[in-house]
Design a protein around this ligand. Structure first.
Ligand code: COA
Length: 358
């Protein structure tokens, strides 16, 4: 995602862990007829229950918290929130296109939260995407400009942490925010992502070394085989995500096959700004380069490529450098329990900077 250059290094903020009233269930986890509020009892924050303003669900009926005259509630995300969330992210220059948000929501909406003001505006988002019962990815922590520094971010984080339960949760922090997340338990360092963007140097894609393998559209291989290749690398099966992501009408997905076996694949999709090559997985640098060239050749002239690689993969760095991309962000991946070990030599670009392991 293009989060833009973060303007302030906030260092290590001292955060007083808010005293959550754990007696009342903390988050409206989705069942529309249930009223599950946050029930915080902080001295500076008052809560009250508003009557439902909606006939068919209770998404407006969760407790409303007030901080300095800002009334807001935190609730589970609904499909209708997607365009509003998209607008909020775009306002903050996060390059998270509607199709991406739809894909995540369709994969599993149960870990996604929204902060809403009294007028029904979406003023914050954070969430987790579960990878089974023990593991999840945490991402897209945002509060609308103008509502920041009021304590909303911390309440949202706390609500998201309750959704995590006992899971091991991975996240990609901005490098200047690692200290903030450490205090909440994200102390296990994994790899570091480097977010690259730019117009591809066309000389670099002139002569791909496609020897010993064939490139083809993903339509020509079985989805099951591709799914199983992805699982080897991502380490956790994510069939729903892949189905929405790879088979989307705007996705251009290519596979490299050697002796009848998949040895790499990549997906190119239009983003709000530029094109994302998310992911590019390959067994070796020649396969990676050939897939890269194939996909890049489809990017309209003058438009940017977005390519987010693990810095630990030396060949991926060479690929991005050779292509003339510019690094904008560095994002260390942290876990709160244990590191998820994976073969990063096969990861040239990740599938999502937010809601995936890689
Ligand atoms: C980070 C952000 C979500 C915090 O929301 P907020 O409502 O302003 O946070 P609060 O008022 O509860 O807390 C303010 C302090 O805690 C920090 N903080 C609170 N929640 C945070 C979170 N989830 N992630 C990072 N920092 C957070 C703030 O940076 C700030 O630090 P300070 O006390 O040293 O000034 C908000 O500033 C934002 O949307 N920023 C732009 C997007 C972004 O950078 N997201 C984080 C990506 S890692």
């Amino acid at each position: 995602m293009n989060r833009g250059a973060p303007s302030v290094n906030r260092g290590s903020p001292s955060v007083n862990s808010p005293s959550v009233n754990r007696g009342s269930p903390s988050v409206n986890r989705g069942a529309p007829s249930e009223n599950r509020g946050l029930g915080w009892s902080l001295p500076h924050l008052s809560s009250r229950i508003l009557p439902s303003t909606c006939d068919h669900c209770c998404i407006r009926s969760s407790p409303v918290s007030t901080i300095k005259n800002v009334k807001y509630s935190i609730r589970s995300m609904q499909v209708e929130d997607i365009p509003k969330l998209h607008a909020l992210l775009a306002e903050n220059k996060w390059n998270m296109e509607l199709d991406y948000l739809n894909c995540i929501f369709s994969t599993d909406p149960t870990g996604l939260l929204i902060v809403e003001d009294e007028q029904g505006n979406v003023i914050g988002h954070n969430g987790i995407l579960k990878h089974g019962s023990h593991l999840a990815s945490f991402g897209m922590n945002i509060v609308k400009d103008g509502y920041r520094e009021l304590g909303i971010g911390k309440k949202l984080l706390q609500a998201t942490m309750e959704l995590m339960g006992d899971r091991n949760v991975g996240m990609n922090s901005l490098s200047n925010r690692v200290t903030f997340y450490e205090q909440f338990g994200w102390k296990v360092s994994s790899f570091t992502l480097s977010y690259n963007q730019g117009k591809v140097n066309l000389d670099f894609i002139k002569h791909p070394l496609a020897v010993g393998f064939e490139l083809m559209s993903s339509d020509n291989v079985s989805f099951e085989e591709l799914f199983s290749y992805d699982t080897e690398i991502h380490t956790v099966p994510r069939k729903r995500f892949l189905d929405f992501w790879i088979n989307h009408k705007k996705a251009q997905s290519f596979v490299a096959v050697r002796s009848g076996k998949i040895v790499g694949y990549c997906v190119l999709r239009p983003a709000d700004v530029g094109w994302k090559m998310y992911p590019l997985y390959a067994d070796d640098k020649n396969v990676a380069h050939a897939l890269f060239c194939k996909a890049v050749s489809l990017i309209p002239k003058g438009e940017d490529l977005i390519f987010t690689l693990p810095v630990e993969n030396e060949e991926a760095n060479k690929l991005a450098k050779g292509a003339g991309l510019v690094q904008y962000l560095s994002m260390p991946r942290l876990y709160n329990k244990w590191n998820v070990v994976m073969d990063l030599t096969r990861v040239y670009s990740v599938a999502s900077t937010e809601y995936a392991i890689v």
